[in-house]
Design a protein around this ligand. Sequence first.
Ligand code: KIV
Length: 267
Amino acid sequence: MAEPPVNVSTLRKMKFDGEPIACLTAYDASFAALIDAARMDVVLVGDSLGMVIQGHDTTVPVTVDDIIYHTKAVARGLRHAFLMADMPFMSYTSTEQALDNAVRLMQEGGAMMIKLEGGEGQVDIVEHLARHDIPVCAHLGLKPQSVHKIGGFKVQGREPDQAKAMLDAAIRLQDAGADVVLLECVPNEVGEAATSALDVPVIGIGAGPQVDGQILVLYDILDITQGRTPRFVQNFQQGHESPLAALQAYVQAVKNREYPKPEHCFS
Ligand code: KIV
């Protein structure tokens, strides 16, 4: 019998049962079908598409229409995985605008959860979305949409007061209704502390091995990305004959906690 599709309750149960959640980005139907065949739990249509698909240096130029276009395509390729889509830069500056755009990502794109980069300043937005039954993932740590404000793609939460503020914000966002928290580029200790402090699943990218799940960018793990990749990236194509075999290897490595290794982590 086919396994039922992943939903929010499945993700919560996986956290409770200690089963690592395997997540990956996707941008089109063909890769989405392969990723689904590899038994990924969550697929994110990330605004990283601005860099890996559109060739920009940052995610800032990505629009809501871009995300909808790619989410529609990915949705057609999925049967099993849970589909999350990014709210792009400046698409959630007020509660009303956030709700309008989140509804578009769900109704037009087919997303099952929206992700937004946030902190204390986004608590009211998350609360407003949750009140309207929009599933939300709150993205903390390195927030690529703020790259021009923070001056580059840098590890966040190295200082104790910065780490504490991030943890406090994660708890506030959870209490406001966030269903998942995503932590990017933080020391292992911050990933571990957030995972034990929060009831909702914590997905990490460069957040160490103790989080509830891992996410990476598709083109990075298939060794398509040219030039320097971040420290947390592992090339899963190496040693595998097909993209499907590489994707299966990634899922297995996450499930067996063989990824991330110490060389992928910040401490
Ligand atoms: O846009 C994206 O792909 C992301 C992941 C890096 C988590 O936000």
